[in-house]
Design a protein around this ligand. Structure first.
Ligand code: SF4
Length: 51
């Protein structure tokens, strides 16, 4: 069941419904660098690759 509050385009994540939504009830977002200053410095820590 898609979580309509979380839009995501990472279609190679096992939690993505392939229609731009995440199916998890909540996610954790982290930083890819020490201190995020740009969008690209953030990342979804709930990502799991397709099996
Ligand atoms: S877990 Fe993260 S990367 Fe995966 S579909 Fe949900 S928001 Fe996207």
């Amino acid at each position: 069941m898609p979580n309509q509050e979380i839009q995501c385009k990472v279609i190679n994540c096992r939690h993505n419904n392939k229609n731009n939504f995440c199916t998890l009830p909540n996610i954790e977002v982290g930083e890819s660098n020490f201190e995020a200053r740009h969008k690209k410095d953030t990342e979804c820590n709930s990502f799991e690759p397709e099996i």
